[in-house]
Design a protein around this ligand. Structure first.
Ligand code: S3P
Length: 445
């Protein structure tokens, strides 16, 4: 346990580059590990979640090294070429790592055992096991379909056509990764589009992946099985989900003006930019370009007077990890922000709906929580009542809850204490120093 205290700060100013995108980093190591030849990755996120994936891929036979220049190289084993690990794969806090690896290994004729920390071992895994069983995999799981779990591929690997019952890029990716080692076409239908990093990166490595728009807004993704994947160079964009915290802080702290470089702005990830702008946030993109299949830009954020809005439920998948910090921003906006369609927040690293409703209320904000929505009544930045703060938040092994409340502490009358800031290292190593470098006042211990 490592307590973190955040208190009101002067303007935030400066130019920063937040660490690499977590979703892209996991996928680069996994696909690099099953490509033939060398994959060179620059900008890989060196957070605990991704390092857990690197360790797992090594245990499965991939040769993964970090150069002194921070460039990572992966020598892959080819599709179908992973080997039986001699230990239980512990993926720590990472749902993405475990779910995607379950897919990757669901077609192999050996048993792979997975476990994680207390948070990961309480999260639902049936959502990936159900489609993978249809492809021939067998699972042994703890009650409630929870980790620890063992997966073993069947004698017959069957490609499937599967419609996602939940909007989840992790489930989609698990099925596509299993489909890599299946004959014929694997098809995923998603009624609500989710982040498409897997599809983009699979194409980058040479797989045939066709994505068709469906009437009604969904997508149909078709992967041709057993491709030859060739090692590639990959530049990982800065993670918009990490950028969300300094962005939110800069919007809220009067006089702030910051520039974030090389931020991934994939439209299926960047819903927060639309939301902040609709609230009145002054956000300017420049230097928009593409890097190895992913769009990126430099993002300038200036302190702004914000209004409450209703965030359309259809936008939720494109900013699903950003709701905790959005709830903090909403608390300082003028008027009410309504956020429907958030049922999935209950099964993230913690129950994020409850964590935001409870912590904001304890800080003095009026909040309403339903099974799948959050409504925050903002105090308005011009208010001289403000938000009291002075409370202690339980992070519950959830990095984004810890960081969201560190942003709240920058604008409350009294400091906000987070009981344990150590989970921040899962996705955003160096967070405290980077924020303090901009002008925040966050102390550890
Ligand atoms: C991720 C997908 C999302 C997201 C997670 C990363 C991914 O999860 O919350 O942080 O990399 O595919 P779901 O697939 O459960 O929505």
């Amino acid at each position: 346990m490592q307590a973190v205290t955040s208190q009101s700060a002067g303007p935030l100013r400066g130019t920063i580059t937040v660490p690499g995108d977590k979703s892209v980093s996991h996928r680069a190591l996994m696909l690099g590990g099953i490509a033939v030849g060398e994959t060179r990755i620059s900008g890989l996120l060196e957070g605990e979640d991704v390092l857990a994936t690197a360790a797992a891929m090594r245990a499965l036979g991939a040769d993964i090294r970090r150069g002194e220049d921070g460039l990572w190289t992966v020598i892959g084993r080819g599709v179908g070429g992973l080997c039986e690990p001699d230990r239980v794969l512990d993926l720590g806090n990472s749902g993405t790592a475990v779910r995607l690896l379950m897919g990757l290994l669901a077609t192999y004729p050996f048993a792979t055992m997975f476990t994680g920390d207390a948070s990961l071992n309480s999260r639902p895994m049936e959502r990936v096991m159900a489609p993978l069983r249809l492809m021939g995999a067998r699972f042994t799981a703890r009650s409630g379909g929870r980790l620890p779990i063992t997966v073993e591929g069947g004698e017959l690997v069957v490609p499937i056509e599967y419609e996602l019952p939940v909007a989840s890029a992790q489930v989609k990716s698990a099925i596509l990764f299993a489909g890599l080692n299946a004959p014929g076409q694997t098809i995923v239908i998603e009624p609500q589009p989710t982040r498409d990093h897997s599809e983009r990166m699979l194409r980058h490595f040479g797989a045939e992946v066709i994505s068709e728009d469906l009437s009604g807004g969904g997508k149909r993704i078709t992967l041709s099985g057993q491709p030859e994947l060739a090692g590639r160079a990959i530049t990982v964009p800065a993670d918009i989900s990490s950028a969300a915290f300094p962005m939110a802080a800069a919007l809220l702290v009067p006089g702030s003006d910051i520039l974030l470089r090389n931020v991934g702005i994939n439209p299926l990830r960047a819903g927060l930019l639309d939301t902040f702008r609709e609230m009145g946030g002054r956000i300017t993109l420049s230097n928009i370009r593409g890097e190895d299949g992913e769009p990126i830009a430099d993002v300038r954020v200036e302190a702004s007077a914000l209004q409450g809005i209703t965030v359309p439920a259809s936008r939720a998948p494109s900013m699903i990890d950003e709701y905790p910090v959005l709830a903090v921003v909403a608390a300082m906006a003028e008027g009410t922000t309504h956020m429907p369609g958030l049922g999935e927040l209950r099964v993230k690293e913690s129950d994020r709906l409850a964590a935001m409703a409870t912590g904001l209320a304890a800080a003095g904000v009026r909040v309403e929580e339903t099974e799948d929505s959050l409504t925050v009544h903002g105090v308005g930045s011009a208010s001289n009542v403000g938000i009291a703060g002075g409370n202690t938040i339980c992070a519950n092994l959830d990095h984004r809850i810890a960081m969201a409340y560190s942003v709240l502490g920058m604008v409350t009358a009294r400091p906000v204490v987070i009981d344990d800031g150590s989970p921040i290292a899962t996705s955003f190593p160096g967070y405290v120093d980077l924020m303090n470098g901009l002008g925040a006042k966050i102390t550890v211990g």
